[in-house]
Design a binder for this molecule. Structure first.
Ligand code: ADE
Length: 283
């Protein structure tokens, strides 16, 4: 089978439709981590299209440049701040720079992360720790530092952590399942702790989304990906981006400690049919 290439072109990304109105985020600043590629890039473009000032962060300045170019094309104000979320000092420096520039975010989309597929018994200690360090510790550092600033300044804030379908397990990525489950859970915990400060904390849990990140998986896994939900297709980055907007905007003002699952029904999908299995699912 020929390898399928995933991900949208920049032009296609700009063409994605949204149900949200222009100007919804006018006057608001949104920090997006992992903004250089895939879901983070799509989220950045949507918030930019809705009038937000977008702070783009990621480890790679080069990748951020492509997202920044897209924000130029939609006329969105933006700043680029490379930072490695695994380095607390770099996250402190990022927030210090934003305070200095009068660009403290109102919303943090905590999207940076990554993993590699490997049988769990084959994972090295180093590999396990690297993924936990990025996907759990790094995500935690960003959310904690944002909350500290909002508490100190006595201003409200909203955090959306992007996680992954850990609840049913994702076989071959045990490290990320552990990290994402922890983020899912600690988000509920701090949602209560920080509610008195006007800080909301939610997660978006995407199923398989058509991004270039899919290209790291073996061809067989790629071919199965679209069959892991009853809709029998992949989601697109706009599905995730619009979920983030819902939670971050006033539409989500009474929502905290929640995880919005955007997975085409994957979490409910099973193999047991006590009636005849519909033809739709047989291939
Ligand atoms: N994207 C993937 N890993 C990252 C990291 N450690 N820091 C920032 N962005 C990332």
């Amino acid at each position: 089978m020929s390898e399928r290439r995933f991900g949208l072109s920049d032009d296609a990304l700009l063409q994605l439709e949204t149900v949200y109105r222009d100007g919804l985020f006018a006057g608001r600043t949104v920090l997006v981590t992992g903004a250089g590629t895939g879901i983070g890039k799509g989220i950045s473009v949507l918030f930019g299209r809705l009038g937000a000032r977008v702070v783009l962060s990621s480890r790679s300045e080069e990748k951020l440049a492509t997202t920044a170019a897209l924000l130029d094309r939609v006329g969105a104000e933006h700043r680029v701040h490379p930072a490695n979320i695994r380095e607390p000092d770099e996250i402190d420096a990022l927030f210090a720079a934003l305070e200095e520039a009068d660009a403290v975010p109102d919303v943090v989309i905590n999207n940076a992360g990554g993993q590699f597929p490997q049988a769990s018994t084959a994972l090295s200690d180093k590999g396990w720790r690297a993924v936990i360090d990025t996907n759990l510790n790094g995500t935690w550092t960003v959310m904690q530092r944002a909350a500290r600033i909002w508490q100190r300044r006595r201003i409200p804030g909203s955090i959306v952590n992007i996680i992954a379908p850990h609840r049913r397990g994702m076989h071959g990525v045990a490290h990320t399942v552990a990290a994402r489950a922890a983020v899912d859970h600690v988000s509920r915990n701090v949602a209560v702790e920080w509610a008195p400060d006007g800080i909301r904390v939610n997660c978006v849990l995407p199923g398989p989304i058509d991004t270039e990140g899919m290209n790291v998986y073996p061809a067989k896994a790629q071919a199965r990906m679209a069959k892991t939900n009853p809709m029998r297709r992949l989601g697109d980055v706009q599905d995730v981006a619009q979920a983030c907007v819902y939670l971050a905007a006033d539409s989500g003002k009474f929502v905290t400690g929640e995880t919005l699952v955007v997975d085409g029904g994957h979490q409910h999908w099973g193999e047991i049919w006590l009636t005849d299995e519909p033809e739709h699912f047989r291939s």
